[in-house]
Design a binder for this molecule. Structure first.
Ligand code: ADP
Ligand code: ZN
Length: 211
């Protein structure tokens, strides 16, 4: 079984959801760089202060900083039995840095979702601050200020899910991250996954590709 994985895909592509499911099923260490950064902001650490502005604008955090973060996470004990990178690499230099640091990758799962679907999902996305559930306001008719269906906590909208920032993140994705598809396809590592179906079916397709 392939256990050193990258989940590649656009904002709103479902990386976080699928990474969570994968981590649970196969006991992989889930490394979400977005979560690492948002936690740093919440905790007002030195890193948090550095990246707060960047995150709220929807820009990318500089490569050097991201490479340091990922190195730190990958040297943790829980990474030795397998990991799933969710949100890294996001640029070609970041992918090259993995290679230069001797990090072997078994499979890169590319979640393919059409742009209009992404915009709709990002606008309707709500998160539970308590149990971290991700809810789509449209599909589950959760209103603003709605309650988490799992635990009842008041749902929140991510600060970077505003209309302006959504467009910017998508634009940056197509310019800086999309080239990674060819990068990994050329290396024979890429698996195309149809991300425009319900999460259970996406997950099934991913599992089939890994076993
Ligand atoms: P999404 O995929 O929905 O945009 P993430 O949680 O993966 O959400 O990332 C949120 C933000 O964190 C990004 O918009 C970016 O500012 C920053 N970020 C996360 N990972 C990286 C990375 N590998 N390189 C640069 N910036 C990153
Ligand atoms: Zn909840």
């Amino acid at each position: 079984m392939f256990r050193r994985l990258i989940l590649l895909g656009p904002p709103g592509g479902g990386k976080g959801t699928q990474a969570g499911l994968l981590a649970e099923k196969y006991s992989l260490y889930h490394i979400s760089t977005g979560e690492v950064l948002r936690r740093a902001v919440r905790e007002e650490s030195e890193l948090g202060r550095k990246v707060e502005e960047i995150l709220s604008r929807g820009d990318l955090v500089p490569d050097e900083l991201m490479v340091d973060i990922i190195k730190e996470n990958l040297t943790e004990d829980r990474a030795t039995d397998g990991f799933i990178l969710d949100g890294f690499p996001r640029t070609v230099p970041q992918a090259q840095a993995l290679k230069e640091n001797g990090v072997e990758i078994d499979r890169v799962l590319f979640l393919d979702v059409p742009r209009d679907v992404l915009v709709k999902r990002l606008k309707g996305r709500r998160e539970c601050p308590s149990c971290k559930s991700i809810i789509n306001a449209e599909s589950s008719s959760v209103l603003d200020d709605g309650a988490c269906p799992q635990c009842g906590e008041k749902l929140e909208r991510r600060e970077d899910d505003t209309e302006e920032t959504i467009n910017k993140r998508l634009e940056i994705y197509f310019r800086r991250t999309h080239p990674l598809i060819d990068f990994y396809r050329q290396r024979g590592l890429l698996v195309d996954i149809d991300g425009d179906q319900n999460p259970e079916m996406v997950f099934q397709e991913i599992c089939d590709a890994l076993e």
